[in-house]
Write a protein that binds this ligand. Structure first.
Ligand code: NAD
Length: 544
């Protein structure tokens, strides 16, 4: 229930959360290490949260640290069909009041969550992301702390701007667009690779007045659980977001069959998203409304260099863009096109950097890389490495070792065939494949970049020649939803580079932008007339 007030509050413009460096000597370094050590001894028994109540089903599973198999980080409970049904009931029950709250009251929950995350919760969410998803301190900080804080603060600003978009009122009338939250419930399904996305997908629809059933990723359950607790501490009312981990296909099947499905907010692989869209299509006559379907999916992100490119910055971009967080960013560079005149120098610089990369337990801050997320990822990437050994040339790396954790060496592959499968398919690991093209074939190469993969998420051009930059921007206009000039294709910042891709990379609704928030509203137009007509007849009907 919102307190009565006639104030139109100014919530102020959002600003990006400053990134902490965790460099030696900085106080935040010791605090994060201490939280990490403490968390290593915790083993939470993670329940479902339905209508504010914790539910432990007894069908439990264990989560382990990707970089240390023997370290069990948590036990978590799987939802049964009756829990999924209860979550829908809880969301439906909470909707009536939540949707009627003043926007500022809903916003205050997220603004408070952002402030808690920026302060007392920062180390906990970062440590959970390091331990559970094998991110380094810096990768956790830019994701779990800064990006999620930014999502929460900027979404409030974007929602305010949206609500301010109102039609004109002609003399004698007053018009309004009422941006209602969607009827029914929104189903949020989140991936393992970004804690910020896990926090954003359920909360963005909630901010707009929707209520949500959230299925977190099984392989990011620890950070997911801490986010849920943080939101409760921030004052999120019971039932607005219901936390339902478990069997993804079963939960999804049950929810997509529900007549009150109002929307899907998904980030993950293209195949899973396609399967959900197919189910919705099959069920379309059975829903109360047309469900909104928002999905950000896979990528095969490129860096294309012109012969005028600076080899030094290009090489650094390849290393950071391809190997940070073990290449498990949807935006990670994974196919590289370099002119032959530059290739030897770029290759040697990349290899020199790769040889200095340390990989291991992320609690050791000297490491640049941790492990890949799980056995499935380890096996998939290992298969690609085996293929590269047979059909291409491994320039550096190529090793995989699962003894203590799921470790894959950063790997540079060179191919003579720009259509080779490692240039086309999403690998989602620390493997980048390069094709050295004849310098004279710049324009043909741009066409190849555009046509090679079904995805269109991120891409970058490196060139000092301004004309080449323009040519690449034109030829690759539809090849990436986020395009970079002389920069790596990763690291989008909320409010600065709205993120999302087209083609098989998703619906491109740009997480953390007004475009995304629009999808969680169903506009109602209201016209009021001050002095309505008293007669049905019009003047033209009068006698001459
Ligand atoms: P995933 O598709 O395996 O899982 C995503 C979510 O879907 C998880 O919650 C998972 O449990 C659930 N899921 C898995 N199988 C399912 C099924 N059969 N039915 C219903 N739900 C199912 O993806 P992931 O491994 O967690 O994340 C990596 C993928 O996400 C990559 O393809 C990456 O490119 C993509 N991604 C895209 C973006 C973007 O903004 N475009 C951002 C991050 C990740």
């Amino acid at each position: 229930m919102s307190a009565p007030s006639n104030a139109i509050r100014n919530l102020g413009p959002a600003v990006n959360e400053p990134i902490r460096s965790y460099a030696p000597g900085e106080p935040e370094r010791a605090a994060l290490k201490a939280r990490l050590r403490a968390m290593e001894k915790e083993r939470p028994d993670i329940p479902l949260v339905i209508g504010g109540k914790e539910v432990r089903t007894g069908i439990a599973a264990q989560a382990t640290a990707p970089h240390k198999h023997r370290h069990v980080t948590a036990t978590w409970h799987r939802a049964r069909p009756r829990d999924v049904a209860a979550a829908v009931r809880a969301a439906t029950a909470a909707r009536k009041e939540w949707a009627s709250w003043r926007f500022e009251d809903r916003a205050a929950v997220l603004l408070r969550a952002a402030d808690l995350l920026a302060t007392s919760w920062r180390d906990t969410i970062n440590a959970a992301t390091m331990l559970g998803q094998s991110k380094t301190a810096f990768q956790a900080e830019i994701d779990a702390a800064c990006e999620l804080i930014d999502f929460w603060r900027f979404n409030v600003q974007f929602a305010t701007e949206l609500y301010e978009e109102q039609p004109i009122s002609a003399p004698g009338t007053m018009n309004m667009v009422d941006y209602r939250g969607l009827e029914g419930f929104v189903y949020a399904i989140t991936p393992f690779n970004f804690t910020s996305i896990a926090g954003n997908l359920p909360t963005a629809p909630a901010l707009m007045g929707c209520t949500v059933v959230w299925k977190p990723s099984n392989t990011a359950i620890l950070s997911g659980w801490h986010i849920m607790q943080l939101l409760r501490e921030a004052g999120l009312p019971d039932g607005v977001i219901n936390f339902v981990p478990g069997d993804a296909a079963a939960i999804t099947g049950q929810l997509l069959d529900h007549r009150d499905l109002g929307g899907i907010h998904f980030t993950g692989s293209t195949a899973v998203f396609n399967s959900m869209w197919e189910t919705v299509g099959r069920n379309i006559g059975a829903y109360r409304s047309y469900p909104r379907i928002v999905g950000e999916t896979g990528g095969k992100d490129f860096i294309v260099a012109h012969q005028s490119a600076d080899p030094v910055t290009l090489a650094a971009a390849i290393v950071r863009g391809s190997f940070e967080f073990q290449g498990q960013k949807c935006s990670a560079a994974s196919r590289i096109y370099v002119p032959r005149s530059l290739w030897n120098e770029v290759r040697d610089r990349v290899v020199a950097m790769m040889k200095s990369i340390r990989m291991g337990d992320v609690a050791d801050f000297r490491n640049f890389m941790g492990a890949v997320i799980d056995r499935k990822a380890f096996d998939r990437i290992s298969d690609y490495l085996a293929d590269a050994k047979k059909r291409a040339k491994i320039v550096c790396g190529g090793g995989a070792d699962a003894k203590t954790g799921w470790f894959i060496e950063p790997t540079l592959v060179e191919t003579k065939d720009p259509g080779y499968r490692l240039m086309c398919e999403e690998i989602f690991g620390p493997v980048v494949t390069a094709y050295a093209y004849p310098d004279a074939k710049w324009k043909e190469t741009l066409r190849t970049v555009d046509a090679t993969s079904p995805y269109a998420l991120t891409g970058a051009v490196f060139a000092r020649d301004r004309k080449a930059v323009a040519e690449a921007q034109t030829a690759l206009r539809n090849a990436a939803g986020n395009f970079y000039v002389n920069d790596k294709p990763t690291g989008a910042v909320v409010g600065q580079q709205p993120f999302g891709g087209a083609r098989s990379s998703g619906t491109n609704d740009k997480a953390g932008s007004k475009l995304n928030l629009v999808r969680w509203t169903s506009a109602r137009t209201v016209k009021e007339t001050y002095n309505a007509a008293r007669d049905y007849r019009y003047p033209f009907m009068d006698a001459e």
